[in-house]
Design a binder for this molecule. Structure first.
Ligand code: LLP
Length: 385
């Protein structure tokens, strides 16, 4: 974490309250530069599901970044962020009729996830530029919930069915500009991409030359991007494709963000706990994927203790961190939960009628509020007694 950012976090917690998502623009900008340096001419379609906050996507778009959208709502966000149609690619295994229509209206491209999807797509988005999502049928090195390129996942078209999918799309009058893959998120072993890209390149002899090759996202934060980029460009080359597309989400934003939370209680059962004012409704990842987020006590430097950091929900699984070593927290201390810029706020919910946290961004040394804290009244407003 950038020290200048870290040094401002207690002030942010005091000013805006907790739980609070705080992001560092400089970290996002640096991650973007690293991508651009490694991938050169590739087009970046940020997978906004990682963090769709308008303030973030507007800033990214101002730097030329396009978007991958997987719902009508995300499509509207991309448009609001200033993206042109060519900067948007609409993806997902269950698109609504209205999604095709809107994608067509704004001139976005779509990714077909199914060999039989074309007729419905063509009815609502005639002649739209299309990519086919391919499932390369690998064993992918990540949590089961995050692996999408394995043969049994619900995603994409199996290798053997790709020629049929292309034919079906062309018969329906769609323009198949290329193929796409996305093998999963938080991929641990870069060799998964070597294997996947080889399999993809092998399809060139079956479907011929195409303009675009899209290698998806999922890049592990520890990856050396240069060899990955070379492989991506080689796969694009196999199709004679002028454009390599990438769809990073986590890579761009994960390390830019923290969740700040206040210690409410300390207690002991058979284990020792600090109970904090965040939990599974603010940050789902530990409970859903067993994700480990680094944590530290920002308020004080005391002797180090080992504790579980627990949320307030009436569920035993609502633990943000197990066996966390940190400076012995007092009630009222502020803990910092790191690497929370991706799939943190975007997956926060109103479970237990908890308002979603505020989100703030440190930009040019000043805090900008990107989303104010939700209120209970707002949550209740949509309901009828
Ligand atoms: N492209 C497609 C088609 C995707 O489905 C995804 C993520 C991405 C790109 C971006 O993947 P990334 O670069 O962010 O790994 N909620 C989970 C992650 C789910 C990812 C879903 N798809 C988590 O908290 O880890």
């Amino acid at each position: 974490m950038r020290l200048d950012f870290k040094n401002r976090l207690l002030e942010a917690a005091r000013t805006f309250g907790t739980p609070l998502y705080a992001y560092d623009w400089q970290t996002i900008a640096t991650q973007l530069e690293r991508l651009q340096t490694a991938f050169g001419s590739a087009k970046i379609f940020y997978a906004m599901k990682a963090n769709p906050n308008l303030g973030i996507i507007k800033r990214l778009n101002a730097l030329g970044v396009g978007f991958e959208a997987v719902s009508g709502g995300e499509l509207e966000r991309a448009i609001l962020a200033g993206a042109t149609g060519q900067q948007i690619v609409m993806n997902g295994p269950g698109k609504l009729n209205a999604d095709y229509t809107r994608a067509s209206e704004v001139g976005a491209r779509i990714i077909l996830d199914n060999a039989d999807e074309a007729p419905r797509a063509a009815r609502y988005a005639p002649k739209i530029d299309t990519l086919i999502r391919v499932n390369p049928g690998l064993k992918v090195s990540t949590h089961d919930h995050l692996a999408t390129g394995n043969a049994s996942s619900k995603f994409g078209v199996s290798l053997a069915d790709v020629p049929t999918a292309v034919l079906n799309a062309e018969k329906a009058g769609l323009n198949v500009i290329g193929l796409q893959m996305h093998i999963g998120s938080s991929i641990e072993d870069p060799n998964d991409y070597v294997e996947a890209l080889e399999r993809m390149a092998g399809l060139a002899k079956h479907i011929g030359a195409r303009e675009v090759f899209d290698m998806g996202g999922g890049f592990g934060l520890q990856f050396n991007l240069e060899p990955l980029a070379t492989l991506g460009h080689q796969a694009a080359h196999a199709f004679g494709a002028e454009q390599l597309w990438i769809e990073p989400g986590r890579w761009l934003v994960a390390e830019s963000g923290v969740l700040l939370t206040e210690v409410l209680e300390k207690k002991k059962t058979a284990r020792a706990f600090a109970v904090v004012d965040s939990g599974m409704s603010e940050l789902m990842r530990p409970m859903l994927y067993g994700a480990v987020h680094p944590m530290e006590n920002l308020s004080a430097s005391r002797e180090s203790v080992t504790l579980d950091i627990a949320g307030a929900a009436c569920e035993s699984g609502d633990i943000l961190g197990k066996d966390v070593q940190l400076s012995d927290p007092n009630i009222g201390d502020i803990l910092c939960i790191s690497v929370a810029g991706a799939y943190g706020a975007s997956m926060a919910s109103n479970y237990l009628t908890r308002p979603r946290p505020a989100e703030v961004l440190l930009e040019n040394n000043a805090w900008v509020v990107l989303r104010r804290r939700e209120t209970v009244a707002e949550i209740l407003q949509a309901e009828h007694a």
